[in-house]
Write a protein that binds this ligand. Structure first.
Ligand SMILES: Cc1cc2nc3c(=O)[nH]c(=O)nc-3n(C[C@H](O)[C@H](O)[C@H](O)COP(=O)(O)OP(=O)(O)OC[C@H]3O[C@@H](n4cnc5c(N)ncnc54)[C@H](O)[C@@H]3O)c2cc1C
Length: 331
């Protein structure tokens, strides 16, 4: 596989980078370990974006949706439609292993390129609890849909938006739901409309909550939880959702030789061009923020291609757009 530009990751930002490259006369090849926009494929099936549609747009293509905000399905249609009309070369189910190798279902293959862009996100690498039983088949690290859990005992582990949203949906689908979170209070980042809903459900005894609690073990029947005072309790669980976040693929950085901060997972980059410590290798999108996964998202990462492939003036414009988004979102 040879191409002057290879972009790993066909998420919103990888596609946006490819459009930036194409508009400068290059013909990038995009590879993705999964499908186009594979992270969105993994969203809960009935999920609606928080961001308004115009801020999810790439390459100036309008995102038209039925309601005020795009659904998962509408976003998937949009990003694959953009790839089609821009005639982007995308090879799906092709994983970047290191700077010179990819893996497809037929085995490993050599790649050659002058410019490699990693727009690989973080969604493939879930944070682990590191407790016995975590790999049991009824333990899920992605929330799919609540209907599957109707009539079951379900434990949700985590206290951020994904966990809170999952717990509320599970309760509404008729699951006997317990949410277990290690923090003493719900984090400030919980969305303003989710927090009162959760607190009222807990007050009414409709959702059980264990704050300040650590998971010690998962068995096929239950979850062993230790409270702040050291008291232990077994909570019945037919299904467990461990929703405690994600991190970028630091092993991939190491295999390529990209220098990064082991604490934060942030790759060392030239902030103007997004070039890493390896000449010709760039990062774009959410992977640039390391473990701080709520720092770069679609709305503020979609200009990264302009920083990589643009002129100095275009880079400055991309940086100003990015800073404008940060100011507005208060990040
Ligand atoms: C439930 C949920 C709701 C969200 N809502 C919003 C929202 O409203 N607004 C918003 O802006 N953001 C939102 N986000 C965040 C948003 O999904 C991410 O910020 C965005 O997907 C980042 O885009 P990206 O292109 O950088 O990475 P991703 O979209 O994660 O794309 C990375 C791609 O790289 C591929 N990949 C990974 N490793 C390799 C490899 N080694 N080789 C080849 N390919 C690889 C993956 O398969 C994936 O397709 C939400 C996230 C979640 C989970």
């Amino acid at each position: 596989m040879t191409s002057s530009v290879i972009i790993a990751g066909a998420g919103p930002i990888g596609l946006a980078c490819a459009i930036s490259a194409k508009r400068r006369g290059l013909d990038p090849l995009i590879i993705d370990a999964g499908a186009i926009a594979n992270s969105i494929v993994r969203y809960p099936v009935n999920m609606t974006f928080f961001t308004t549609p115009e801020r999810l747009e790439i390459g100036g293509h309008p995102l038209v949706c039925a309601g005020a905000k795009a659904t998962r399905e509408e976003a998937l249609k949009y990003y694959r439609g953009v790839a089609r009309v821009e005639a982007l070369r995308v090879k799906t189910f092709t994983t970047l292993i290191d700077k010179n190798t990819v893996e497809t279902r037929f085995g490993r293959e050599q790649i050659t390129c002058e410019t490699l862009v990693l727009a690989t996100g973080y969604f493939d690498h879930v944070n682990k609890l590191n407790v016995p039983g975590e790999e049991l088949p009824h333990v899920r690290h992605y929330f799919d849909e609540a209907h599957l859990s109707s009539g079951l005992d379900v434990v949700v582990i985590g206290g951020k938006n994904s966990a809170v949203e999952a717990a509320l949906q599970l309760f509404r689908a008729g699951a006997r739901t317990t949410i277990v979170y290690r923090g003493a209070t719900w984090p400030k980042s919980v969305k303003y409309w989710l927090r009162p809903d959760l607190e009222n459900r807990i007050k009414a005894g409709e959702i059980q909550a264990r704050l300040g609690s650590q998971v010690v073990e998962v068995t096929p029947r239950d979850v062993l939880v230790r409270g702040a005072l050291g008291n232990e309790e077994r909570i019945s669980a037919d299904r467990v959702y461990s929703l405690i976040g994600f991190h970028p693929d630091l092993d991939l950085f190491s295999r390529i030789g990209i220098a990064f901060d082991p604490e934060t997972g942030r790759p060392q980059i030239n902030p103007e061009t997004l070039e890493t410590s390896v000449p010709g290798v760039f990062v774009a999108g959410s992977v640039t923020a390391g473990n701080k996964i709520s720092e770069i998202f679609i709305e503020n990462g979609r200009f990264d291609g302009e920083k990589i492939f643009g002129s100095p003036a275009e880079r400055r414009q991309a940086r100003d757009l990015y800073q404008g988004i940060r100011r507005e979102t208060g990040e």
